[in-house]
Structures are given as structure tokens and as C-alpha cells.
Design a protein around this ligand. Structure first.
Ligand SMILES: [Zn+2]
Ligand SMILES: [Zn+2]
Length: 180
């Protein structure tokens, strides 16, 4: 189900309708869209910030979720080693990526309903979704080999600092850098 902003006049046909952030990217805690950055706590919806929402789901249950403003997101990405970034760019550059948005894995095309575990990410702007993507856990596991120790350590440190109560298990995305 797509939700469109009623105030936005897309009926003329010359403007793409703007997509509101869909319920699957809402915060599990509040059942509403995220409003604040998990790291620096700044407000992002009313102030029309650009930010990223990420959510890891296992058997229908959200196990890890957050929204990050673009500044904090950049900082996390900067913790990734050059080697990792290069390998990931190469890897994804060589694949024909499926443009399934939130509905299917960007790598293998598996439908979200058919995936036991997956990660979703939304690139958002205030109350709107600019782009959504999803990667299934199989594909995510395959690309873990491309990730350097330095990147892993930097991710672990960040998760530990930002989400002191995050579940810790080797299988969980808290232990696997979310790459979107
Ligand atoms: Zn922030
Ligand atoms: Zn996949």
C-alpha cells in the first residue's frame, strides 16, 4: 500500500507524487515515523533534515532499528575502511541491482515476504521517503567477507556507544555492519 501526501498536488501529471514514509519504516517503539537522530538526537522531521532509517527484521520481528541524520550517517561510513568501501563498490558495481525498493532484495530480487531475515533502509527527507531498499540476510551474509576487520571494529564500537542495550549475537546485524 502506498501512501501519498494529500497536500502535495501530484494530479497535474507533471510532478511525481511524494511518498510518505511507509509504516514498515516506522519506529517499532512508537508505531510512528522516527523523529530524532539516534546518535546526536537532533529533530529531523519538522526541520526537514535528510536522514536514513535502517531496520533489521528477523521472522517478522524488528530486532534492530534506528534513524540517523546524514551527518552522523557520514560519520559511521567514514569509520569503514577504504578497502571495504572499494570492495563493496566493486561488488555492487558488478551486480545488476534489482530496483525493487522495499519490496525485494536489491541483490537477488527475493521478495521481502519470502525472506526470513532482511534489512531495510530508507533515505528520508522530513516526513518523506526519497528512496527505499532492502537486502536479504543471505546476500548480506555473502558480502560480510568483503568487510575488513577495521570496518567491523569501527561498527562494533559505534553500536556499543550508540545502542548500549543492543542485542549481541554474531548472527544479528548489531554484529554485522549494515551496509546500506
Ligand atoms: Zn545525528
Ligand atoms: Zn538477496
Amino acid at each position: 500500500m502506498k501512501e501519498f501526501d494529500d497536500d502535495f498536488d501530484g494530479k497535474e501529471g507533471d510532478v511525481e507524487p511524494v511518498l510518505l514514509i511507509p509504516p514498515e519504516l516506522h519506529s517499532m517503539e512508537t508505531d510512528k515515523p522516527f523523529t530524532h537522530c539516534a546518535d546526536c538526537s537532533r529533530e529531523m522531521v519538522e526541520s526537514f533534515e535528510e536522514y536514513m532509517v535502517q531496520k533489521a527484521v528477523h521472522r517478522g520481528e524488528t530486532i534492530f532499528e534506528f534513524a540517523l541524520c546524514s551527518e552522523c550517517h557520514d560519520e559511521v561510513r567514514q569509520g569503514f575502511s577504504k578497502e571495504t568501501v572499494l570492495r563493496l563498490n566493486q561488488y555492487f558495481g558488478l551486480q545488476e541491482l534489482a530496483d525493487e525498493g522495499l519490496q525485494g532484495c536489491l541483490n537477488c530480487g527475493r521478495r521481502r515476504d519470502d525472506a526470513v531475515s532482511y534489512t531495510m533502509a530508507g533515505s528520508c527527507y522530513g516526513p518523506f521517503l526519497a528512496a527505499g531498499m532492502m537486502i536479504c540476510s543471505e546476500c548480506q551474509a555473502n558480502i560480510q567477507d568483503l568487510i575488513s576487520e577495521q570496518t567491523r571494529k569501527s561498527w562494533d564500537d559505534w553500536v556499543g556507544r550508540t545502542f548500549p542495550c543492543a542485542p549481541e549475537s554474531e548472527d544479528l546485524p548489531t554484529k554485522r555492519p549494515m551496509l546500506l
